[in-house]
Ligand binder design. Structure first.
Ligand SMILES: Nc1ncnc2c1ncn2[C@@H]1O[C@H](COP(=O)(O)OP(=O)(O)OP(=O)(O)O)[C@@H](O)[C@H]1O
Ligand SMILES: C[C@H](N)[C@H](N)CCCCCC(=O)O
Ligand SMILES: [Mg+2]
Length: 216
């Protein structure tokens, strides 16, 4: 069985729920969280402090972003505005004792460099993917398209996490047509805090169980 180096959390879109799912997974698997590319700092504190709070992480379970950019844009566009060129050498997996939960920015086809998309970074990191998707109407298409892009590059997929109101039909069709497992679902939450994250993380199967299910 592969040693559990971690997962890359991506999504079918930005604002889809990757940060919340990353907090849940980091808590569930006693992992270390890393958001290598953070944009939008002009408007927000960023995902790292959010995950640190929600997953109740000590400082040793957090790796600071390799790039913290101001504009709420794709990393390439935000970097260009600051006269910064993103160096892939700063995006290599750090050597840490615990598994890593790495969160992307936006979805798979987000530009990082003129010669690099988010999906290329995922391939370079060689981590299995957790794909976060909406639960509602429109998600089947977006999710199957993302799965197809990952498979074309031979990127392993641990599974899908659905975020939003329960929709058993979409869950069934994504599993069936996507040949993928829904690892767990996150309902629409009126309040997001450490307690909720802890409760949901208790329902997350151990990584090896997810890995076994994904290979069935
Ligand atoms: N299940 C949910 N119920 C209610 N609100 C949610 C849920 N999941 C996420 N949100 C909220 O939706 C907003 C976007 O979620 P989040 O920050 O997790 O998106 P993201 O996919 O990480 O975006 P980015 O691409 O910027 O990293 C946040 O305000 C978050 O609190
Ligand atoms: C700023 C935002 N919250 C994300 N971190 C960046 C999302 C980039 C999306 C690019 C795109 O797909 O149009
Ligand atoms: Mg996020």
């Amino acid at each position: 069985m592969n040693s559990f180096r971690g997962v890359f959390v991506t999504g079918t879109d930005t604002e889809i729920g990757k940060t919340l799912v990353s907090a849940i997974l980091t808590k569930a698997w006693n992992a270390t969280y890393w958001k290598p590319l953070q944009t939008g700092l002009a408007d927000e504190a960023g995902d790292t402090p959010t995950v640190r709070t929600l997953a109740e992480l000590t400082a040793d379970r957090i790796i600071a972003p390799a790039y913290g950019l101001q504009a709420p844009l794709a990393p390439l566009a935000a970097a260009n505005l600051e006269g910064v060129t993103i160096n892939p050498g700063r995006l290599v997996l750090p050597a840490v004792q615990s598994p890593l939960v790495v969160e992307g920015a936006g979805g798979l086809m987000v530009p990082i460099r003129e010669d690099m998309l988010m999906i290329d970074l995922i391939q370079q990191m060689d981590l299995p993917v957790v794909l976060v998707a909406r639960s509602g109407l429109g998600t089947i298409n977006h999710t199957l398209l993302s799965l197809e892009a990952l498979r074309r590059r031979g990127i392993p997929i641990l599974g899908v996490v659905l975020s939003g109101p329960e929709n058993s039909g979409n869950a069934r069709d994504i599993e069936r047509f996507g040949n993928v497992r829904i690892l767990f679902s996150v309902p629409h939450l009126e309040e997001i805090n450490e307690t909720v994250v802890s409760e949901i993380s208790d329902r997350v199967p151990p990584f090896y169980v997810c890995q076994q299910q994904s290979s069935q």
